[in-house]
Write a protein of this length. Structure first.
Length: 365
């Protein structure tokens, strides 16, 4: 159904990725920057790149991953009257303002807010990450239901499946005892993630497991985590800190027994689907997480694939007792793995795009 694809990857120079996309896909790399001025000029420079590509490859349809990417292509699709969709569409401005990363009346927030309104009005399809945010788009923003297709963050299930040999290897490398209970956390501290609440939770786990708990944190904030953990009485043998490449994460997950997923719950978080949760479940790990995160908090309860915390000032033993019951199940075929295969695999992505392409063909777009 698709004859050719031009993939334009927006990357930072130091994190350029190499991967094989097959003969139908031409890849074009665009180098961006974290600096504010570069972010402001990216739209113009990116539009120039698109127009150069348009001279030899006239696209029938444009797919943007996130509202930020759609902001960059907005001038292009408007000028050439090309239909477009936005994958992973979320209330990004609200998300960044609530986290304190952007100012509500700042330039970046104002520009993207106007672009999000344009996308809601003009996109052929919006692909929100959650049913919860889909309902907001339908009821509050009057986006037609035929234009909305929910697609959560999905992963390669086989890549992240539990492997005993990885468990043995990583535990040996990190000097973790075979009978230790390992809780894994992947991510930063503070900002869009919980900070003091995270420390309270880790301390509660340490207390509950009485000398058998080992905390594994994969994060670029290694030094900050170390200070925080030592402040609450973690000794060096009770935790491991490091930062590994994405293609190594699955190995470290196999060394764990359960996972912490600790986004800061704010109103806009109804729109997020943390990729890490899909990775955890694919590995058979039950998750401890706060209430109010996308669809996942409710799904944890409904599907019995973890434990949800309402109040971090009242963390009781029942949280870890529930985790103990779940981790006692056979790791490779437990409810977490079943849920991931049914709801977070690439088959979900294929199904969504099959629906979209069929609709495009039917409409004659």
């Amino acid at each position: 159904m698709v004859d050719a694809i031009t993939l334009i990857s927006i990357e930072r120079k130091e994190t350029s990725l190499q991967f094989d996309l097959g003969p139908k896909v031409q890849r074009v790399q665009y180098e961006s920057s974290d600096r504010v001025w570069n972010k402001m000029t990216d739209r113009v420079l990116f539009d120039n790149l698109l127009n150069r590509i348009f001279k030899y490859s006239k696209p029938d349809f444009v797919i943007s991953r996130t509202s930020l990417a759609a902001y960059l292509v907005q001038l292009f699709v408007s000028k050439h009257h090309i239909p477009f969709s936005v994958e992973s569409f979320e209330p990004h401005v609200d998300y960044m303002v609530e986290a304190g990363v952007w100012r509500k009346n700042g330039l970046r927030a104002s520009l993207l807010y106007r672009s999000e309104k344009f996308q809601k009005l003009n996109a052929e399809f919006l692909l929100p990450l959650t049913q919860a945010y889909s309902s907001v788009l339908l009821m509050n923003d009057n986006v037609p239901s035929a234009s909305v297709e929910v697609m959560p963050c999905c992963v390669n299930i086989e890549q992240f499946q539990f492997k005993e040999e990885h468990r043995i290897d990583i535990r040996s490398r990190l000097s973790i005892k075979s009978d230790d209970i390992v809780g894994v956390y992947t991510g930063k501290i503070g900002g869009i993630y919980l900070d003091q609440e995270s420390i309270k939770l880790f301390s509660a786990a340490k207390k509950y497991y009485q000398g058998k708990f080992h905390l594994l944190i994969l994060s670029p904030d290694k030094d900050l985590w170390e200070v925080k953990l030592k402040e609450v009485g973690f000794s060096e043998g009770e935790y491991s800190l490091g930062f590994v490449s994405q293609n190594q994460v699955d190995k470290y997950l196999s060394a764990a027994d359960f996972a912490f997923s600790l986004h800061r719950p704010t109103p806009s978080k109804i729109g997020i689907s943390p990729m890490k949760n899909a990775e955890f479940w694919a590995n058979g790990l039950p998750i401890v997480m706060p209430y109010g995160i996308g669809d996942d908090s409710e799904l944890v309860i409904k599907e019995n694939i973890g434990a949800v915390i309402d109040d971090f000032d009242k963390i009781d033993d029942e949280i870890f007792k529930k985790i103990d019951r779940l981790r006692a199940l056979y790791r490779k075929v437990n409810d977490c793995v079943r849920f991931a295969r049914e709801n977070r695999s690439f088959e979900i992505v294929r199904g969504c795009y099959s629906n979209i392409l069929a609709s495009i063909k039917e409409k004659g777009v």
